[in-house]
Ligand binder design. Structure first.
Ligand code: TC6
Length: 693
C-alpha cells in the first residue's frame, strides 16, 4: 500500500483513507494506492463494505492537474473508477470539502455517497479546457437526468451538498461524517450492491431540444470549445450504453487535453496562484490590520470599502462633507443590496457587514487606522493634498496606500515620513466585484507592507499582482499600447465596428472602442493633456478621440462617443456624426483609408501588447510573464482560454509575434520600436513561459 492510501478495518467495515495534501488530488500515487487496495479488500473475507474517505480539508478535489503536461501514467482514472464500481462489496464515498472533477467521478464510481452538509460538489473540468474524463459525463446523467447533468458539466459551477442530494448525486447528508459513513456502510453491508444501469439514460428531450441546448451552450462559451464538447459527451449518455459512452468520453478528453485552449486554461489556473508568490515578497511578514480607512467615498472608494467590510475589516470612509459621507454610506449600502438581490449574500449578512462601516467628514478619524487607502480623484495635486494631511494625522506606523491607476506614487508622497510604509493598491472598478488588485512597490516600500497588501487582497477574495512603478503600471500601460494601435487602425481605415468585432471574435468581452465609450472618454482625454508636454513629438498622434470629446461626446453616458447610444440602452449603434468626424480627420491628415482583415487587426493589437509587456518585464516592473497574463485576464477581460497575451504569444509562436511587431515598427519607426526582449525570444522562437520560474 502507498503512504498516501491506507486501510483500517473495524467490525467488518474497511476504511480506505487518502492523505495527499493539500487537496488530495488523485495523482499517480493515489491512483496506484487505490488500484492496489481494491483486490486486497475483495479478497479479505472479513470486509463486508468499504468507506472511501480523505484526510485533511477535503475529499479528492480532482485529478492532479500538474500531471496533464507529461505523458499519462497508469493506472488511469477511468479504469480505477471502473475497478471500484466492479467490486463485489459496496463502496461508500464519504464526502467533505470540495469534491471536484476526478474526485466526484471517483465518488460516482462508488456505490453510495454520503456528504457532510457543508460539502460542495462539481465537475469544473471545462474551466481547464477538458471534460470530466473518468465517467463523469456518463454516470452523472444516469443519476441526475439531462438538465442537471448539462448544467453541472457545461458550466463547471459547483453545487451544495443539499442540491447534490436533490438531483441524486448524493444519497445521504450528515453533520457527523465519520460516524454516519460507518452507519451507512453497516446498513448496506451484505445486501445486493446498488449499481448504475448501463443502458442509455432516459430523457424527454427531442433531437431538436438537444440542438437548441447545444446552441445555447456554444453561445455562452464564446469561443471556448470544452463546454460544447462536454455537452456532446453528456448527450451520448442518452444514446449509448455506459461502455460506449465512456469510450467516446475518453476520446474527447484526450482530444481536448492537447488543445491550446486547455493548455492556456491550465496556465491560468497555476498563474493565478503563482502571482501570490513573487520573489519580492519572500522576506515580507504581513502585519495585522484591525482597522481600515478609505479616503474618498466616490465610486472607487465606496467599492473598496464594500470589499473591505465584506472581508470583515472594520472600515471608515472619510469624505469632505457630511453630505458626501452620507452619499458614500448609501453607495456601499446599495452595493450590498445588489449582492442580496443577486443571491450572493443574505439580508442578515448584509446587516452584519454594513455594521462594520463608518462614514465621516472628520479627517482625524484616520488616526486609529492601521491601513489607509487613498481613493480620491486621479490628479497629482489632489492626491498630494490628501497625503499632506495623512502625514500630519495618521499614525507614523500606519500603512498608507494609494489607489492611483496611472500616477507615480512617489510624485505626491515625498513629504510623508517613513516612506517604507507607502504602496499603491490599484483596484479595478467596480472595486467590490473586480478581482484584480495591482500592489505597487515604490523604491522604499518595505516587504512587510507589500505582504500586508497581498494578505488583505486575499481576504477580500481578490488576486493581487505585484507591479513596479511606471505610467499606468502593468495593466493600463499595456492598455495604452493597445488603445494607441486601435486608434491608428481606425485612422488608417478600419471602422470601430470592424475592430471591435474582430476582438470580440478573438474572445474579448468587448472591443476597444466599446470599452472606451463605456469607461467614458474624458479620463483618457485628461491623461493625454497631462502628458502633452512630455510626449515624444515624433510619435504619431491620432487626434480622433480628442476631437470626439471636443465635439461634446464623451461616450455611453452622453449618448455618443465612437458610437451612438439610445437612452437606457447600451447597444453600440453607428454614429453618423462621429463617422463624419473620422472621415474629415483622415482627409485632413492626407490618409487614404485602406482595408484590414480581421486577422491582421487581431495580430497587430496582440503584438503591440506583447511588445509593451516585454519592455515591462525587461524593466522589472513585472517579475514574470505570468504576472502580466493574470493582470490582463482578471482586470481587462482577456479570455482565460487564451491564457493572457504572453501565453497567447507562445501559442502563436514568439517568432510570429516578432515578425508582426517588426512589420509595425518598420512601417512607423517613430511610433513603435521592437522591445529587445521580444526580439531575443522571437529570434529563437522560444516561449515566454520559460521565464515564469
Ligand atoms: C480533473 O479532475 C479531471 C479528471 C479527468 C481525468 C481523466 N491538481 O486553490 P488553492 C493546488 S481536472 C494539482 O490555493 P483553496 C494548488 O495549485 C481537476 N494541484 O486552495 C495550490 O498549490 P500551491 C478538477 C492542485 O483552498 C494548492 O493546491 N478539479 C489541484 O483556495 C491549494 O490550492 C479542479 O479543477 C489539482 N487538482 O481551493 C479543482 N487543486 O499551494 C481545482 C489545487 O502550490 N482546485 N491544487 O499554490 C480548486 O478549485 C481549488 O484548489 C480548491 C481549493 C477549491 C480545491
Amino acid at each position: 500500500m502507498s503512504s498516501t492510501v491506507t486501510i483500517t478495518r473495524q467490525d467488518g467495515i474497511a476504511v480506505v483513507t487518502i492523505d495527499n495534501p493539500p487537496v488530495n488530488a488523485v495523482g499517480q500515487a493515489v491512483r496506484q494506492g487505490l488500484w492496489d487496495a481494491v483486490p486486497v479488500l475483495e479478497e479479505d473475507a472479513s470486509v463486508q463494505a468499504v468507506v472511501l474517505a480523505c484526510a485533511g480539508r477535503t475529499f479528492i478535489a480532482g485529478a492532479d492537474i500538474r500531471e496533464f503536461d507529461g505523458g499519462s501514467m497508469q493506472p488511469w482514472l477511468p479504469d480505477l473508477v471502473e475497478r471500484i464500481h466492479a467490486s463485489s462489496k459496496p463502496w461508500i464515498a464519504a464526502l467533505h470539502g470540495t469534491v471536484l472533477g476526478g474526485g466526484l467521478e471517483t465518488a460516482l464510481g462508488c456505490h453510495c455517497r454520503i456528504a457532510d452538509s457543508r460539502t460542495k460538489v462539481g465537475l469544473p473540468e471545462v474551466a481547464l479546457g477538458i471534460l470530466p474524463g473518468a465517467g463523469g459525463t456518463q454516470r452523472a446523467p444516469r443519476l441526475t437526468g439531462a438538465a442537471a447533468a448539462v448544467q453541472l458539466v457545461t458550466t463547471g459551477a459547483p453545487i451544495s451538498a443539499a442540491q447534490a442530494m436533490e438531483v441524486g448525486l448524493v444519497d445521504r447528508l450528515s453533520d457527523d461524517l465519520t460516524a454516519d459513513a460507518m452507519t451507512f456502510a453497516r446498513d448496506v453491508a451484505g445486501k445486493p450492491v446498488p449499481r448504475l444501469d448501463p443502458a442509455p439514460a432516459q430523457t424527454d428531450l427531442t433531437a431538436d431540444d438537444w440542438d437548441k441546448l447545444r446552441a445555447e451552450v456554444a453561445k455562452k462559451a464564446r469561443g471556448q470549445i470544452s463546454p460544447v464538447r462536454a455537452f456532446d459527451s453528456v448527450r451520448n449518455a442518452f444514446t449509448m450504453d455506459l461502455a460506449d459512452g465512456m469510450k467516446a468520453e475518453r476520446e474527447i478528453f484526450l482530444e481536448l487535453k492537447e488543445t491550446d485552449q486547455s493548455k492556456a486554461l491550465r496556465h491560468a489556473f497555476f498563474a493565478e496562484r503563482a502571482v501570490g508568490k513573487p520573489a519580492a515578497l519572500k522576506s515580507g511578514t504581513p502585519r495585522d490590520i484591525a482597522q481600515l480607512a478609505v479616503i474618498g467615498g466616490g465610486l472607487m472608494g465606496s467599492g473598496i470599502a464594500t470589499a473591505a467590510i465584506s472581508a470583515g475589516y472594520p472600515t471608515t470612509i472619510v469624505e469632505q462633507s457630511a453630505e458626501a459621507a452620507q452619499a458614500a454610506q448609501d453607495r456601499v449600502a446599495g452595493n450590498l443590496a445588489s449582492a442580496v438581490k443577486r443571491g450572493k449574500i443574505t439580508e442578515a449578512t448584509r446587516d452584519a457587514t454594513l455594521a462594520l462601516l463608518t462614514t465621516t467628514d472628520d479627517f482625524n478619524a484616520v488616526a486609529t487606522a492601521d491601513l489607509i487607502i487613498e481613493a480620491v480623484f486621479e490628479e497629482t495635486d489632489v492626491k498630494r493634498a490628501v497625503f499632506d494631511k495623512l502625514a500630519a494625522t495618521a499614525r507614523p506606523d500606519a500603512i498608507l496606500a494609494t489607489n492611483t491607476s496611472y500616477i507615480d506614487p512617489t510624485s505626491f508622497t515625498a513629504q510623508v515620513p517613513n516612506p517604507e510604509r507607502i504602496m499603491g493598491l490599484h483596484f479595478f472598478s467596480p472595486a467590490h466585484i473586480m478581482r484584480l488588485v495591482e500592489v505597487v512597490k515604490t523604491p522604499d516600500t518595505h516587504p512587510d507592507v507589500l505582504a500586508t497588501g497581498f494578505v488583505m487582497a486575499k481576504k477580500m477574495r481578490k488576486v493581487a499582482v505585484l507591479s513596479g512603478i511606471c505610467d499606468g503600471f502593468i495593466g493600463n500601460r499595456i492598455l495604452g499600447a493597445y488603445g494607441r494601435m486601435a486608434g491608428y487602425l481606425l485612422e488608417d481605415g478600419a471602422s470601430a465596428a470592424q475592430i471591435d468585432g474582430a476582438m470580440k471574435a478573438f474572445g474579448m468581452p468587448m472591443g476597444p472602442f466599446e470599452m472606451f465609450d463605456m469607461a467614458g472618454l474624458q479620463i483618457g482625454y485628461a491623461n493625454r493633456k497631462r502628458e502633452a508636454a512630455t510626449r515624444d513629438p515624433n510619435r504619431r498622434y491620432s487626434r480622433i478621440p480628442d476631437l470626439i470629446v471636443e465635439d461634446g461626446a464623451t461616450g455611453q453616458k452622453t449618448g455618443r462617443g465612437f458610437y451612438r447610444y439610445e437612452a437606457g440602452n447600451r447597444a453600440a449603434l453607428p454614429s453618423p456624426e462621429t463617422d463624419a468626424l473620422i472621415a474629415a480627420e483622415r482627409a485632413a491628415q492626407g490618409i487614404t483609408p485602406r482595408d484590414f482583415t480581421d486577422a491582421q487587426i487581431v495580430a497587430m493589437l496582440h503584438a503591440v501588447q506583447v511588445n509593451e509587456a516585454a519592455m515591462i518585464l525587461a524593466e522589472g516592473v513585472a517579475e514574470r510573464p505570468l504576472d502580466i497574463d493574470v493582470v490582463k485576464m482578471m482586470g481587462y477581460g482577456y479570455p482565460r482560454w487564451r491564457g493572457g497575451p504572453m501565453q497567447q504569444a507562445d501559442a502563436y509562436g514568439t517568432a510570429q509575434v516578432l515578425a508582426t511587431m517588426q512589420a509595425i515598427a518598420d512601417a512607423d519607426p517613430a511610433s513603435w520600436q521592437v522591445a529587445p526582449l521580444l526580439r531575443e525570444v522571437g529570434v529563437q522562437n522560444s516561449p515566454f513561459a520559460a521565464r515564469n520560474k
